[in-house]
Design a protein around this ligand. Structure first.
Ligand code: AMP
Length: 193
C-alpha cells in the first residue's frame, strides 16, 4: 500500500494536491475536515459535536477523529492506499494511525509538508472563505487561532515522522502542476526506500 500524509497549515493547498495525487496513485482520500463538514451538512450528532470546535478553529477531540478515520477505512473495502489530508493533527492521532496501519500490515510511506509563508496563507484563507462559504475561514480571529493551534499541536506531528525517517517537504507556492511534480518526486523517492 501507499499511504501518504499530506501535511501543512490551513490554506497550504492540501485539498488541491490531494485531488491530483488520488488520480495518479489511485488512492482513497481521507480528509477529516471534509468528513466533518459532510456530517454537519447531514445534521448528524457527530457533525453537531464537531461544529462546536470547528467554529472556533479548535481541534475536535482526538478519540472522535480517530474513531471516524477507523470507520472510514473499515467501510472502504479493498484499497491500494490512502491520502491522509488534515489528519493526523496531533502526535496522539499519529500514534493511533500508525497502530491502525500496523494492524493492516502496512505503514506510512511518507509525510510531505507543503511549505507556505504565513502571509500567503492568510491571503488564501480570506479568498477561500469568499469562494467556498467556509465560516471557519471568514473570521480573522478564527484564522489566527487555527494557525496557532497548527503551530502548537500539529507541527510536532512532522517532527514525529522526521524521527522515523519519513518526512519530506516541498515549496507550496507557485505553479500547481510544478508543486505536484515536486510532491510526486518525494513520494517516489520514499517508495524506493
Ligand atoms: P480542515 O478542513 O482540514 O482545515 O478542517 C476544518 C476543521 O475541522 C479544523 O479546524 C478542526 O476543527 C476540524 N478537524 C479536521 N481534521 C481534524 C483532525 N485531524 N483533528 C482535529 N480536528 C480536526
Amino acid at each position: 500500500m501507499i499511504n501518504i500524509v499530506l501535511f501543512g497549515p490551513p490554506g497550504a493547498g492540501k485539498g488541491t494536491q490531494s485531488a491530483k495525487l488520488i488520480d495518479k496513485y489511485s488512492l482513497l482520500h481521507i480528509s477529516t475536515g471534509d468528513l466533518f463538514r459532510k456530517h454537519l451538512k447531514e445534521g448528524t450528532p457527530l457533525g453537531k459535536l464537531a461544529q462546536e470546535y470547528m467554529s472556533k478553529g479548535n481541534l475536535v477531540p482526538d478519540q472522535v477523529v480517530i474513531d471516524m478515520v477507523k470507520d472510514k477505512i473499515k467501510s472502504s473495502g479493498e484499497i491500494e492506499g490512502v491520502i491522509f489530508d488534515g489528519f493526523p493533527r496531533t502526535v496522539k492521532q499519529a500514534e493511533a494511525l500508525d497502530a491502525m496501519l500496523v494492524g493492516m500490515d502496512t505503514g506510512i510511506t511518507t509525510l510531505v509538508e507543503l511549505m507556505v509563508t504565513e502571509d500567503e496563507l492568510k491571503k488564501r484563507l480570506a479568498e477561500r472563505a469568499h469562494k467556498e462559504n467556509r465560516p471557519d475561514d471568514a473570521k480573522p480571529e478564527v484564522i489566527e487561532n487555527r494557525i496557532a493551534v497548527y503551530k502548537s499541536e500539529t507541527v510536532p506531528v512532522a517532527q514525529y515522522y522526521e524521527k522515523l525517517g519519513k518526512y519530506s517537504a516541498v515549496v507550496g507556492i507557485g505553479d500547481i502542476d510544478q508543486i505536484f511534480e515536486n510532491l510526486c518526486r518525494e513520494v517516489d523517492n520514499h517508495l524506493l526506500k
